[in-house]
Structures are given as structure tokens and as C-alpha cells.
Ligand binder design. Structure first.
Ligand code: ADP
Ligand code: MG
Length: 446
């Protein structure tokens, strides 16, 4: 179905085609007509399903349709997103989709000077994309005029709640005109999100795609059982494989991220880090280098990497296993996005085994265990740790005959044979165009 069929202006549809999209994704198909009609919409779909365009395209349509009539240069659309990186990413999307329109776009986020942002707001700009914190700063200083606002979007609402932005969201929404269209997008639907819907939206239409916990289905997931001490050597060992050519590594802490990055860099691997202790310009430079492929490994913390869209990530490594199943789902959503097919690798120490079980229950499937060929984890046991602290329940068999995959090996710690990995030829992203990107599978309701 072409984008025009959703009721979009040919100029917008053209820009979208030029962006390389051939047809709308399921969330776009469902949400765009509703948004065009002016309804309040709550959109729920997993990461990487194209939620940004689902709200940006109809907003552009509204602004361009009535834009020339209004002479006032004022803020007509506001998008709130949890992190600076996301704001920048949404802005890139808006600029791409709006290239045949004449609209002014501004961003508002912390970590950089306020002056240019204030000037942009003063000069008048139709679309503002902002993080809650800096927006409130500028509101308090009297630089923000919401009087002409028509549309507001709360993007990644679940993440904003997780990050403690509820009071900030309340303050911002309270300052908006009562008469407006409001949209909220989220990867997950929780009680809290439903409450927010009632508070911020009116007569909202809900558009939900896919199940509640649905890790990107293009992603091949597996687990390496390891010890804390063996993690770094294991990562280095895995990186000997060149098909891991664009790797996002998740560390629980900023300190840990720096440590991993130092070690990789000293082993000659181009590495960058992404976390909130780095300056805004460092973070932008890191992302840019990673996107360009000059940096092979990006080590990030959850918050910093939230919602980041980098095309062609080949592997996600959960260096530290996430305690929350939702975080796992978000993390592995970084790979297998758009047209890439990726692997999600998790390191699981004895301490993580409970969390792994919880995750497998959450996603209703077992994650295959794998053994790194030619890697001896026992060589890295800490001297102080009792050797008997944990053992796999069955002896590790390396180089055993290929076994069929055991996706139902729920909770079992039987090591899978190395040949169980996704057959890969070439660069390990062979399936790129051979599967429909946005299948009907996601349309099922839970
Ligand atoms: P979400 O917000 O749901 O996590 P994004 O809006 O960031 O997802 O989109 C994920 C990726 O999919 C982006 O790279 C985007 O350019 C791409 N994308 C969006 N819509 C389409 C489409 N209709 N066809 C192909 N790719 C798309
Ligand atoms: Mg998004």
C-alpha cells in the first residue's frame, strides 16, 4: 500500500519514498489515518517498528496544509522525548520527511548552550522537539510560548516514566492549551501508561501492534555462560570473529563501560562509549563514528542507548545481563532494526541465572546456550572465588556433533554446540533483503 493511500500529501509521500520506504509499517498504517483525522492516539509497538514516522508524517501534513494561512511564526507542534540522542534522531527524521515542505524545526535539550535554542524559539519555529528537563528550564525563563500549539507528542512514554520524568511531563502538559491533539507512543503498555493516557489524552484511540513482550523477531538470541572474571576475555575472544562488525555492548555502569572500552582499545579494536558522563559533543561524535563504521564497538549504558537507531548493528552484546526483562527487549531491539538482521549475545554469570529464567518466562521461550569455541573460561576464574561456586549441570561438550537447535531447552544449562548458531555466510547479514521487514505477524493482538 503506498503512503498516499493513508491520506498523505504527495509531497510528504515523495520524501518518504526518497527515504527508501516502499510501504508503511503496521503501526504507521493504523495510526496515520487516525492522527490525520485529529484524534488523540496512543500507539504501542515494539522498538524499531517505525513509530516516529507514524506521528511525524501526519503532523507535517497538518502544519503544511494550514501553515501558509497562519502568518504567526509560532510553535504549533511539540514532541517530547526522553534523551538528547532521541531528540536529535527525531529531528533527523523530521528534516528528512519535511524536505519538500517549508517548515521551521528546532530542538531543545540539555548539555549544550541555551542561547541558540532560545534564539530559535524567539525567531519562531513550527515544530519543537525537546527533552523535558531543558524545556522546563526555558519555560521557567519565559522563552516558550505555547499559545499557538496544536499538537503534542509524548514519545517513548514508558522510558520517560522509567527515568522519573512524570512530574516534568505533568508540568509541560499543564502548560499546553486545552484544545489540542495529543499523542503518546510507547514500546510497552503498562498500568502506568494507561493512567497517563487518561490524564493527558481525551477520547484516545489505541493502536497496538504485536504482543506485549515481543523481542525483535529477526534477532537470533543466545547466551554464553561465563564468570565475572572471564567476561572481558570472552568478549575479546568473540571479537576475533570479523562478522561482528558493528557491535553494541551494554554495560550496567558508566564506569564499567569505560573499563571495557579501555581494554578493547588497548587490544586494537576501535571502540567508543556512550553514557551520560560524556559531554554532548563526545556522545554525538561517538554515535556518528559508530554509524559511519569507523568505530566497530560502541559500549553504552541502557539510558544513553535508549531508542537509538543505528542501521546495520550486527550484534548486541549484553555484557552485563539486564535485571529487567523489559530492558533486555529494548536492548536487543537495537539490532534487527529496519533492514538488518542481527544477533543478540548475552553473558550470563552464576549471579544472573535467576534473571535469565525470569526473562525466558517473560518472552515465553528459552534462549539457546552457546559455548565459545576454543575459549577456556576456567582459565579466568578469580583465585579467591571458590571453584565450586557454580558448574553447569552437565559436562561441557565442545566440538560435539551438531545437534538440532533446542529452542525449548527452557532453563536448561546444557551447552549448545557451536554449530547451532545461525548459519552465516559473507558478512553475517545475509538475510538482509530476503525476509519481509514488517510482516503481518505483528498485527496479531495479544
Ligand atoms: P521506533 O520509534 O518504533 O523504535 P523508528 O521510528 O526509530 O522506530 O524506526 C526504526 C527504523 O525503521 C528507522 O531506521 C526508520 O528509518 C525505519 N523505518 C520507519 N518506517 C519505515 C518504513 N515504512 N519502511 C522502511 N523503514 C522504515
Ligand atoms: Mg521511537
Amino acid at each position: 500500500m503506498p503512503f498516499e493511500a493513508l491520506g498523505l500529501d504527495p509531497k510528504i509521500a515523495k520524501a518518504v519514498r526518497e527515504a527508501g520506504y516502499t510501504e508503511p509499517t503496521p503501526i504507521q498504517t493504523k495510526a496515520i489515518p487516525l492522527v490525520l483525522r485529529g484524534s488523540d492516539v496512543i500507539g504501542i509497538a515494539q522498538t524499531g517498528t517505525g513509530k516516529t514516522a507514524a506521528f511525524v508524517l501526519p503532523i507535517l501534513q497538518r502544519l503544511s496544509a494550514r501553515g501558509s494561512a497562519t502568518n504567526r511564526r509560532c510553535m504549533r507542534a511539540l514532541v517530547i522525548a526522553p534523551t538528547r540522542e532521541l531528540v536529535v534522531q527525531i529531528e533527523e527524521n523530521v528534516r528528512k520527511y519535511a524536505r519538500h515542505l517549508h517548515l521551521r524545526i528546532a530542538t531543545v535539550y540539555g548539555g549544550v548552550g541555551e542561547r541558540p535554542q532560545i534564539q530559535a524559539l524567539r525567531a519562531g519555529t513550527e515544530i519543537v522537539i525537546a527533552t523535558p528537563g531543558r524545556l522546563i528550564d526555558l519555560m521557567d525563563q519565559g522563552h516558550v510560548d505555547f499559545s499557538g500549539l496544536e499538537v503534542a507528542v509524548l514519545d517513548e512514554a514508558d522510558r520517560m516514566l522509567d527515568m522519573g520524568f512524570l512530574p516534568a511531563m505533568r508540568r509541560i502538559v499543564k502548560a499546553l492549551p486545552k484544545q489540542r491533539q495529543t499523542m503518546m507512543f510507547s514500546a510497552t503498555l503498562s498500568k502506568e501508561i494507561e493512567t497517563l493516557t487518561n490524564e493527558f489524552l481525551s477520547n484516545a484511540e489505541t493502536v497496538q501492534i504485536g504482543r506485549r513482550a515481543n523481542p525483535a523477531e529477526l534477532v537470533t538470541q543466545f547466551v554464553y555462560e561465563t564468570t565475572k572474571e572471564a567476561k572481558l576475555p570472552l568478549l575479546l575472544h568473540l571479537l576475533r570473529d570479523e562478522t561482528l562488525d558493528s557491535v553494541l555492548v551494554f554495560s550496567r555502569t558508566k564506569h564499567g563501560a569505560d573499563k571495557i572500552a579501555r581494554k578493547l582499545a588497548s587490544s586494537g579494536i576501535n571502540t567508543a562509549t556512550l553514557h551520560s558522563n560524556r559531554s554532548q559533543s563526545q556522545r554525538i561524535a561517538a554515535l556518528k563514528a559508530f554509524k559511519a563504521g569507523t568505530v566497530r564497538v560502541l559500549v553504552a549504558t541502557d539510558i544513553a542507548a535508549r531508542g537509538i537507531d543505528v542501521e546495520g548493528i550486527s550484534h548486541v552484546v549484553n555484557y552485563d545481563f539486564p535485571p529487567q526483562p523489559e530492558d533486555y527487549v529494548h536492548r536487543i531491539g537495537r539490532t534487527g532494526r529496519a533492514k538488518a538482521v542481527g544477533d543478540a549475545i548475552s553473558f550470563v554469570t552464576p549471579d544472573d541465572r535467576g534473571n535469565l529464567r525470569d526473562l525466558e518466562r517473560f518472552i515465553s521461550r528459552g534462549i539457546p546456550r552457546k559455548v565459545a569455541e576454543g575459549f577456556d573460561a576456567s582459565a579466568y576464574k578469580a583465585v579467591a572465588a571458590p571453584l565450586t561456586s557454580w558448574r553447569p549441570s552437565r559436562p561441557q561438550v565442545r566440538n560435539s556433533a551438531p545437534r538440532p537447535p533446542r529452542p525449548s531447552s527452557y532453563g536448561s544449562s546444557r551447552p549448545a554446540s557451536p554449530s547451532q548458531s545461525r548459519p552465516s555466510s559473507g558478512n553475517g547479514r545475509t538475510a538482509v533483503n530476503s525476509r519481509p521487514q514488517f510482516s503481518d505477524r505483528g498485527r496479531r493482538r495479544p
